[in-house]
Design a protein around this ligand. Sequence first.
Ligand SMILES: Cc1cc2nc3c(=O)[nH]c(=O)nc-3n(C[C@H](O)[C@H](O)[C@H](O)COP(=O)(O)OP(=O)(O)OC[C@H]3O[C@@H](n4cnc5c(N)ncnc54)[C@H](O)[C@@H]3O)c2cc1C
Length: 502
Amino acid sequence: MSLRDRLGSREWHDTWDVVVIGGGATGLGTAVEAASRGLRTLLLERGDFAQGTSSRSTKLVHGGVRYLEQMNLALVTDALRERGAMLRNAPHLVHKLDFVVPIYSYAAMPYYGIGLKMYDWLSGRFSLGPSKWLSAAETAERLPTVRREGLKGGVLYRDGQFDDARYATALARTFEDLGGVALNYVEVTGLIQRGGKIEGITAVELESSERFDVSASVVINATGVFAEEIFQMDPAKQEVSLALSQGSHLVLTKDFLPGTSALMIPKTEDGRVLFAIPWHEHLVVGTTDEPVRQNSREPRATLEERSFLARHVAQYLGREVTAHDVLSVWAGLRPLLRRGNAATSKLSRDHQVLRSPSGLITITGGKWTTYRKMGEDTISFAVRAAGLRAAPSHTRDAVYGSDLPAVQALAAEYSELAGSLHPLLPYRKSEIVWAARHEHARTTEDVLARRTRALFLNAAAAIDAAPEVSRLLARELGRDEEWRRRDLNKFLNVAAGYKFAG
Ligand SMILES: Cc1cc2nc3c(=O)[nH]c(=O)nc-3n(C[C@H](O)[C@H](O)[C@H](O)COP(=O)(O)OP(=O)(O)OC[C@H]3O[C@@H](n4cnc5c(N)ncnc54)[C@H](O)[C@@H]3O)c2cc1C
């Protein structure tokens, strides 16, 4: 399928105001900001949207209780304000969640209680409700399986939760509604420069191997942990380095922690916080913070991380985790700006916008919750640096629509698509067709990992459902049997890594 076929009716310009490299939270947020300010914007992603770190987060829309301990109040306040904007702008994609911190020592109670009161206070008018003390009985009522021995009480606070990859898909659609062009499976391979200034990019469309050049007033590097690959293409090399830190998660059946509250473990063996969070009727446990040297597109939880997570579940929920209990395992890499020799868990999640002498703008660091602010800061910076004419920012008050009625209409239209995909997965076949037609799904992995979250919820069930997904997808995309088999095998290889013993 050629680039022209994929563009369909979308408008293509010879010269763009802005080209964004990278279709994760940061790139999509930046692209939405640019398009909403009237800039002609192209976004290129070499894999699928949110295939990198942005589909592998802990799914929290939060100020970050742990950054309170680092006394990074500006980061927490900014993130709490953004949490408020996400809840208001996309109420079908983000919701409030109760978190309970169980406390086993009277001496620790004031520390956590006051810390969370400070979190309330920093939320200001964006507060999701006040935190409160719980007795031991109330704590156990909210966390029915929590270890009771020595339990003195708890603290309840509220934060936000979301589905990261679904949010990214909504951003891509919002961007296109604003007139932008977003292409997945297109890799930026070089920066075009004249007289020491960057004036565009070279790229390859990976499905057709078609190469093309694009001119742009501004090129923005939003490639997360891969930012240094783009620095290498820049003639004016930058002396900026990233520290990579891996975070892993286990997904367990919900009976490990029934109810609707999440558990927050305030101090793990390595002095961090850890969550056990209800998500899509499953329980997500995470995350770790392991410095890694090697970058990877498909990072894997190490054996140490797997046993660290399982150990804390056993310690707090009083039940050993067996391989049979773990439905999926996933890991992501954090792009953190390196400062001195600080350990990665101490490095700030603050974002930073950088400009190289040749004009390449890079946005790095930050967190999912602050994606919109990162986009706003980047585009405001780019507008000033390149002298672009742009409207003021208004993404803080944007609204992202819901496609649910349209997906249901599709199922009603074709009875074959009304059926469930798999008894253990909450998806219908119509969602596959919808993902291919309207959400840029190009592979079985796109559908099972990010348009639906099947692979993240239950790897074995996703593997069972894969042949049917690849059949429907091949039909939608007009692909032959050879493509279908190759695509299916590729998915099965990736999916094997999401099994606990994989
Ligand atoms: C384990 C973990 C848990 C987290 N939990 C939370 C949380 O609960 N809440 C929260 O707010 N934040 C959380 N974060 C942080 C958040 O997930 C990240 O800050 C965010 O997803 C980073 O997004 P990004 O777009 O910068 O990077 P990415 O999502 O990695 O996107 C970069 C993209 O660039 C693409 N790319 C690279 N090179 C090229 C090229 N040459 N051409 C085209 N495309 C290219 C890649 O394919 C990739 O898709 C977590 C992070 C981790 C690691």
